[in-house]
Design a protein around this ligand. Structure first.
Ligand code: TXA
Ligand code: MG
Length: 350
């Protein structure tokens, strides 16, 4: 695959033109967004979209997000939008919020996995926006990782998963948010949070009032992609769930000692203060910023999971943030990564 480095704040037009030509001719382009890298194809081209599923190893029942460069493009892919679309788009678009609305005829079934709805998002990233604008079509893009692997937050991760099986990779450096967008179904009242992400539930509620949280419990999830085991590294994930920093450190040390006694190779992903408690043990420690700086943890989480996996860790101990703000999205990803049960069962995360 060809890789082109682009300035994330001001990509050069020739590179964007080359990428857009690939999209228009039915090819696949990986590109940075503010959340994670996406693997994009023309959302209106059935064959191109099929290519995304094929290369990711993604089941056809898992619908894709359609990326737009402005709210004007919504008319093209949505049959209609409910009133609350407008205050939400005004406040959060472009940004890490994906809205599920009724789809128009023009969107092929493969893009939405046969659902009558389509998920739309305007990414807040100059490279993604320029690419969509120059292509002149909506771009369907899941995260640019193989199905079930942690999402890619750098071009290197995309290469790790796909080698040269995609047509072009736009390398715009590391992504800023590090976890995926929030997915909100606004065809229901009150709206339903299907996936916590870059925009918090609290921020959304400031704009539209109460939001319901999808808690699983049915075998057919309204967001089919939210299967319990997801974002999974090869290593086993052990979670420490303590809001008190000292208790979290104690629990982590206990877990780490138990694993070391069994002769396992152990990694830890934890805030600086907590991580410092095990600095004398033979463990790979990844610090994620100070306790409470959960945005910093979000930025680094997938990168550290991939890197500890690459080092051959048997087990990774992670500290869970409290379930507020971006903490909710981190908890969701980590609980899924640690899930060991029946992959077709439902899982209550939030
Ligand atoms: O930040 C992001 O959202 C990244 C970047 C590349 O934009 N994309 C991303 O896409 O995370 P993906 O495919 O990894 O996750 C899309 C999620 C899945 O959980 C999927 O089930 C849900 O969105 N989704 C897509 N269309 C839907 C629909 N019509 N109804 C309900 N859920 C939908
Ligand atoms: Mg994904």
């Amino acid at each position: 695959m060809a890789t082109i480095r682009v300035n994330p704040d001001d990509p050069d037009p020739a590179s964007i033109k080359r990428a857009a030509e690939i999209i228009r001719s039915g090819g696949l382009v990986a590109f940075p967004t503010e959340t994670v890298y996406g693997l994009g194809a023309n959302a209106l081209d059935e064959d191109a979209v099929y290519g995304i599923f094929l290369i990711k190893g993604r089941p056809l029942w898992d619908p894709l997000i359609v990326h737009l460069s402005s709210t004007d493009m919504v008319k093209l892919v949505a049959k209609s939008v409910p009133d609350i679309f407008h205050p939400l788009s005004e406040r959060f678009m472009p940004g890490p919020l994906t809205l599920v609305v009724e789809k128009s005829e023009i969107v092929p079934d493969i893009t939405t996995a046969g659902l009558p709805t389509v998920a739309v998002r305007i990414p807040n990233h100059p490279v993604a926006l320029a690419l969509i604008r120059e292509s002149g079509v909506p771009i369907a893009a899941p995260s640019a990782n193989r199905f079930g692997r942690p999402s890619p937050t750098s071009a290197h991760h995309v290469l790790e998963d796909f080698g040269d099986s995609i047509d072009l990779l736009l390398d715009g450096g590391e992504t800023k948010i590090g976890v995926e967008s929030t997915v909100l179904d606004i065809t229901r009242t009150p709206p339903v949070l299907l996936r916590p992400g870059g925009v918090s539930k609290e921020e959304i509620e400031e704009v539209v009032g109460r939001v319901e949280v999808f808690r699983g419990g049915t075998r057919v999830a309204p967001s089919p992609g939210m299967s319990p085991r997801h974002y999974a590294p090869r290593a086993e994930i052990l979670l420490v769930d303590e809001e008190d920093m000292k208790k979290a450190a104690e629990d982590m040390v206990k877990k780490a000692s138990g694993l070391l006694e069994k002769g396992l190779k152990v990694g830890v992903i934890a805030p600086d203060e907590v991580a410092s408690f095990i600095s004398n043990l033979p463990i790979s420690v990844r610090k994620t910023g100070r306790w409470g700086e959960w945005g910093e943890m979000a930025r680094r989480l997938f990168r550290e999971l991939r890197s500890l996996d690459g080092e051959g860790a048997d087990a990774i101990i992670c500290i869970l943030p409290p379930p507020r703000g971006i903490g909710l999205a981190i908890r969701d990803r980590l609980i899924r990564a640690s899930f060991k049960g029946d992959p077709h069962s439902s899982l209550t995360i939030l």
